[in-house]
Design a binder for this molecule. Structure first.
Ligand SMILES: Nc1nc2c(c(=O)[nH]1)N[C@H]1C(S)=C(S)[C@@H](COP(=O)(O)O)O[C@H]1N2
Ligand SMILES: [Mo]
Length: 492
């Protein structure tokens, strides 16, 4: 019975459960997976969850018994289980700090609840042995605590369940989306856009490896069947667009590199994808922005907002209301069903995921989510570059060392990339062709090096003549500056 009671402890957070389940799915050999699919059919995932539920109930029972006998023994087991959950969360492709925090929190709550209940249970036990007429009925106190714990757990489980239900609807709808053929397809990636250096990041980032940044604790689950985008504010006429309306528009497909303002010099909060969408300027033209408007405040289903200069959305660049990423409907965590992508601006002022409203307004009248939190109102991407090869901390043999990496200045384009060793003269690298000015460019340079330690730095110059800012500045308030600097150990 204790097992049944304590089993509830582990369910307040279903996310770690999903993560563990995912890890189990990934870890089992293909043979077992095939067997599971044959045995349970499409219910294989349900079977997995039920199986995991049983294992957890058993573990919870064990924790309860251990804790009752030896103080902290059960808590330790719960803690270990929490660590397993955390490890599973962290090794998922979409590892997020939020999920990790949730896993840790779950473990902490489970331990506290366990301690609390066991103490009540022990009180009851002592009282049963030596009944003290004046003491409050320990049995009742234990049962009250138990009921409290159960209600708490059930409420958490219900919330998580409701969210999972909505997420299931969204995923199912996503799998049924048929993407239209683009009216303006993405130009073919030039063959000489690849620098051809081993160990470089791919020129186009696969969806599963694409960085994810947002404030959403759980991914908003938006059903495209009920999704509408409203254009409001300083417009001649308000416009409403359904997902079906959007798919019926002549869509544009382009490679665009997006980046986060929180990307440190040399960091990986940047990715390049092929996006399919409708130019925002066409939607704005339908609404007719009024004179005096200078900002579009885009709002997401979860209330997050970004403030984009109206000018940038109207100047002819490929600012898109995106429905697909690398040939697939947007992944849920990247904004399904619809998001914005704007070449040349950091994500926090432009790339609203799960977008539901475009409010035409003025910078003087409205503020976006990050502005009162210390970030700049405007966020143009800074010309920057990164060294990806050789990998840091990996010694290389003397001889010709191949350096390689990327440089970007979205919507301006890169003109030149240079490398310098030990603060010597800048040497020009071989710059590969960009897919377009809106994407990153790969570069490489072979350098003859003898044994020793080298400090290697890179800098980019954009096609407007802007040289990458060498001064080292933090990401706040409008993007880091400085040179990506690596140490290379050359062995004989
Ligand atoms: N709804 C919503 N959209 C958002 C954000 C957010 O917090 N909420 N973050 C933005 C930021 S800061 C960035 S860098 C990009 C990241 O997009 P990605 O997660 O698809 O890489 O999304 C932007 N869109
Ligand atoms: Mo960002």
């Amino acid at each position: 019975m204790l097992g049944e009671l304590l089993a509830g402890f582990f369910s307040p957070s279903l996310s770690p459960v999903t993560a563990v389940g995912g890890a189990v799915i990934d870890a089992v050999p293909p043979g077992v997976k095939d067997w599971a699919v044959t045995a349970f059919g499409t219910a294989d995932k349900a079977a997995l969850l039920v199986g995991m539920g049983l294992v957890m109930a058993a573990l919870a029972a064990l924790a309860g018994i251990l804790e009752y006998r030896t103080r902290f023994a059960g808590a330790a087991l719960t803690g270990v289980f929490g660590m397993v959950g955390l490890a599973a969360v962290l090794t998922r492709a979409q590892a997020s700090a939020n999920a990790a925090v949730l896993a840790v929190l779950t473990a902490v709550v489970a331990v506290l609840l366990l301690r609390f209940l066991i103490r009540r249970l022990q009180e009851w036990g002592t009282q049963a042995l030596e009944p003290a007429p004046s003491a409050p009925p320990a049995r009742r106190r234990f049962l009250q605590a138990l009921a409290g714990g159960a209600v708490f757990t059930a409420a958490g489980g219900l919330l998580a369940g409701a969210w999972r239900g909505a997420a299931a609807v969204a995923s199912e709808a996503r799998s049924r989306v048929t993407l239209p053929v683009p009216a303006s397809p993405a130009p073919a990636v030039p063959v000489d856009a690849e620098a051809g250096v081993d160990g470089m990041q791919p020129l186009v980032t696969p969806n599963k490896d694409f960085y994810r940044i947002d404030t959403a604790l759980t991914v908003p689950a938006v059903d495209p069947a009920t999704w509408v985008l409203k254009v409001t504010g300083l417009v001649d006429r308000e416009v409403e667009l359904t997902f079906a309306d959007l798919l019926a528009k002549p869509l544009t497909e382009r490679h665009i590199t997006i980046a986060c303002v929180s990307n440190n010099v040399g960091g990986d909060l940047i990715g390049n994808a092929r996006w399919l969408g409708w130019p925002v300027r066409e939607l704005l033209a339908l609404a007719g922005p009024r004179a005096g408007a200078d900002m579009v405040l885009s709002r997401s289903a979860d209330g997050w907002t970004a403030g984009t200069p109206l000018e940038v959305l109207s100047d002819g660049r490929d600012a898109l209301l995106v429905v697909a990423m690398n040939g697939e409907p947007l992944p849920l965590e990247h904004g399904f069903p619809v998001r914005l992508v704007v070449p040349g601006l950091y994500g926090y002022v432009s790339a609203t995921k799960w977008v539901t409203e475009l409010r035409v307004t003025r910078f003087a009248d409205d503020v976006a989510y990050w502005t009162p939190r210390g970030w700049s109102e405007r966020g143009p991407i800074k010309t920057s570059s990164r060294i990806d090869v050789p990998r840091p901390g990996r010694p290389v043999k003397a001889g010709t060392i191949m350096f390689g990496g990327v440089a970007w200045a979205q919507h301006t384009g890169i003109d030149r990339v240079e490398l310098r060793l030990n603060r010597g003269p800048w040497r020009q690298a071989d710059l590969a062709r960009g897919i377009s000015a809106d994407t990153w460019y790969q570069w490489k340079l072979g350098v003859e090096l003898t044994e020793g330690q080298y400090e290697v730095q890179v800098r980019a110059t954009d096609l407007a003549g802007g040289i990458q800012d060498e001064r080292s500045r933090p990401v706040v308030p409008d993007g880091a500056t400085g040179l990506h600097t690596i140490r290379v150990d050359v062995t004989p």
